[in-house]
Every structure is written in structure tokens, then in C-alpha cells.
Design a protein around this ligand. Structure first.
Ligand code: HEC
Ligand code: HEC
Ligand code: HEC
Ligand code: HEC
Length: 205
């Protein structure tokens, strides 16, 4: 009789074990992620507080919709047509022509491949221009970069290159290329790791 009861107890124990939520219950890992993920939907975590005062615009590129910072308000010499009211040739080729933008030099691709006119249209300065001559809004300057830097552009759309503002919570907001790279001189300088100064430590002792 005792043996029977032990056997019964063991059977119930086994049953309880197999009723627990184990990975085997789901058909695949994707099912598991989807099912378990439901618990996290409807949270009130939002990146809006981090975006704060940054003015943004929404873009959709290759199936990804996200926000990027507005740029025109940040450019000190916008609107360009405040000075560029006539063709560049007229502004440059007269006796009392003024020099401007002395602080801007192109240190980017070599000068055979790139000059000011690669990205700026002397006859319509308030817009950037694509390699084929189409107007590109200053707020969407990533469309210039993507013509030549396809790898980084693809990565950026998915969130692998560049940086999100306020993490991955909705609405997703990301820095745009010109937030980190100066288009005229886009290289990021290499940084050396800060060194641990053993001398300073000794002096403090
Ligand atoms: C305060 C006046 C002023 C404003 C604002 C201004 N420009 Fe200019 N820009 C000039 C003058 C003057 C020239 C012609 C003399 C020269 O080339 O230095 C010029 C020349 C240029 C050139 C030709 C440079 C070269 O070496 O061929 C480009 C490109 C240019 N501007 C772009 C812009 C863009 C883009 C903006 C707006 C974001 C802008 N400028 C706003 C005054 C201005
Ligand atoms: C690779 C493309 C590219 C080239 C080449 C280029 N620019 Fe630009 N330029 C841009 C973009 C993009 C912006 C907007 C940057 C931003 O949003 O911060 C800009 C901005 C400017 C501005 C406004 C800057 C400000 O802060 O107000 C001026 C002026 C300008 N460019 C002049 C020039 C001149 C002059 C040359 C040639 C010596 C030149 N650019 C070459 C892409 C280019
Ligand atoms: C017409 C083609 C063209 C356009 C448009 C262009 N680039 Fe470039 N870029 C180049 C070339 C060519 C080089 C130099 C070769 C290299 O280092 O890959 C370069 C170099 C760079 C580098 C440095 C790469 C390194 O290894 O240090 C960065 C960063 C960069 N570009 C960012 C940008 C950004 C941001 C824009 C848009 C504002 C832009 N580029 C627009 C062609 C382009
Ligand atoms: C949040 C800042 C940030 C943004 C936004 C950003 N980049 Fe970069 N990018 C970097 C840094 C930092 C590096 C240097 C990485 C390194 O040295 O390893 C870099 C490197 C690059 C390089 C050099 C090659 C490489 O991968 O190391 C290119 C080209 C480039 N970026 C283009 C772009 C373009 C095009 C965009 C927009 C579509 C963009 N970046 C947006 C920060 C940024």
C-alpha cells in the first residue's frame, strides 16, 4: 500500500514539473519571444522625455520610420539666399567681390571627386543637391551621404551606425549624419584611451 502512495505522489510531482513554463512549451524561440513579450506591451516608457526640446522631423527610409533632429534652425548662415540672391558667378567675378566662408575647407574626398558644387547648387543655395542635380532639403542631408556611403546608410537606418536619442523605446529618434560628422571635414579624430597615472596616485598617498 505504501509503495502505491509513493508511486502516486511521484506521478503528481512529475505532472506538476511538466506543467511549469518551460522553453519546450513554445514551438520556436520566436514564438517564445512573442508570447513573453506581450507582458511588456503597453508600458508607459517613452523616449519623448529624452528628446526634450530637440525639434525633430519624421522620416521613412526603407521600411524604417523614425525621427531625426531638424537642421536648418541650427545653421548660422541659413537662409543662404539672404546673400545668395544672384548666381554665384556674379557674386564672385566683380571688382568689389567679397570673400565669404573662409572658415570652410573641404577635407573629405580628394578634390578631383569633390568640391563645393558636388553638394551645393550655386543657383539655388537654399537646398543641397544630389549628384544628378536634384534638390535635397538641408533637413534631409543624409540623402547626400547615402549616395556614396551606402554601408553606413544601411546600418544607420536599422540603428547600427549612429546613435539613438533616448534608447530604443518609441518613438525612435536618431542622430542624423551631420550631427556627428561635419560634411566638409567628416573624419572622426581617433582618441587615445585615458592613461592611469600611477605618479598622481603616489603623490596622493
Ligand atoms: C553673409 C552672406 C552669405 C550667406 C548668409 C551665405 N553666403 Fe555663401 N557666399 C557668400 C559670398 C559673398 C560668396 C562669394 C565669394 C566667395 O566665394 O567667397 C559665397 C560663396 C559661396 C559658395 C562658393 C564657394 C566657392 O569657393 O566656390 C558656396 C558653395 C556657398 N557660398 C554656399 C553657401 C550656403 C550653402 C549658404 C547657406 C547655408 C551660404 N553660402 C550662405 C556670402 C554668403
Ligand atoms: C559632401 C557634401 C558637401 C560639400 C562638398 C560641401 N558642403 Fe557645405 N554643407 C553640406 C551640408 C550637408 C551642409 C549642412 C550641414 C549641417 O546640417 O550641419 C552644409 C552646410 C554649409 C554651409 C552652412 C554652414 C552653417 O553652419 O551655416 C555653408 C556656408 C557651406 N556648406 C558652404 C560650403 C562651401 C563654401 C563648400 C566648398 C568649399 C562646401 N560647403 C562643400 C555639404 C557639403
Ligand atoms: C560624392 C561621394 C561622397 C559624398 C556625397 C559623401 N562622401 Fe564621405 N567620403 C567620400 C570619399 C571618396 C571619402 C574618402 C575615402 C574614404 O575614406 O572612404 C569619404 C570619406 C568620408 C568619411 C571619412 C572616412 C574615414 O575612413 O575616415 C566620413 C566619416 C564621411 N565621408 C562621411 C560623409 C557624410 C556624413 C556625408 C554626407 C554629409 C558624406 N560623407 C558625403 C565620398 C563621399
Ligand atoms: C552618433 C554619431 C554618428 C552618426 C549619427 C553617424 N556617424 Fe558615422 N561615424 C561615427 C563615428 C564615431 C565613427 C568612427 C568609427 C570608428 O572610427 O570606428 C563613424 C564612422 C563613419 C565612417 C567611416 C567608416 C567607418 O564605418 O568607420 C563613415 C563613412 C560614416 N561614419 C558615415 C556616416 C553616415 C553616412 C551617417 C548617416 C547615415 C553617419 N555616419 C552617422 C559617428 C556617427
Amino acid at each position: 500500500m505504501i509503495e502505491l502512495r509513493i508511486l502516486l505522489g511521484f506521478a503528481i510531482f512529475l505532472c506538476l514539473c511538466s506543467c511549469k513554463h518551460t522553453e519546450g512549451e513554445y514551438h520556436s524561440l520566436n514564438d517564445k519571444i512573442e508570447e513573453e513579450g506581450k507582458k511588456y506591451h503597453g508600458t508607459d516608457i517613452s523616449s519623448e522625455t529624452y528628446i526634450g526640446d530637440i525639434e525633430t522631423l519624421e522620416i521613412t527610409e526603407g521600411g524604417h520610420t523614425f525621427l531625426i533632429p531638424e537642421r536648418k534652425g541650427q545653421l548660422k548662415s541659413y537662409a543662404c539666399t539672404e546673400c545668395h540672391s544672384k548666381p554665384l558667378s556674379e557674386m564672385q567675378n566683380n571688382a568689389n567681390a567679397q570673400r565669404a566662408h573662409w572658415d570652410i575647407k573641404v577635407v573629405h574626398a580628394d578634390e578631383n571627386a569633390m568640391n563645393c558644387a558636388t553638394c551645393h547648387n550655386g543657383n539655388a543655395m537654399d537646398h543641397l543637391k544630389s549628384l544628378t542635380g536634384n534638390a535635397v532639403d538641408f533637413n534631409r542631408s543624409y540623402k547626400l551621404c547615402s549616395q556614396c556611403h551606402t554601408t553606413q546608410f544601411e546600418d544607420w537606418k536599422g540603428g547600427a551606425h549612429g546613435k539613438n536619442i533616448g534608447g530604443w523605446s518609441e518613438p525612435r529618434a536618431a542622430m542624423t549624419c551631420v550631427n556627428c560628422h561635419n560634411p566638409h571635414q567628416p573624419q572622426i579624430e581617433s582618441k587615445w584611451p585615458v592613461q592611469f597615472n600611477t605618479q598622481k596616485v603616489k603623490e596622493r598617498e
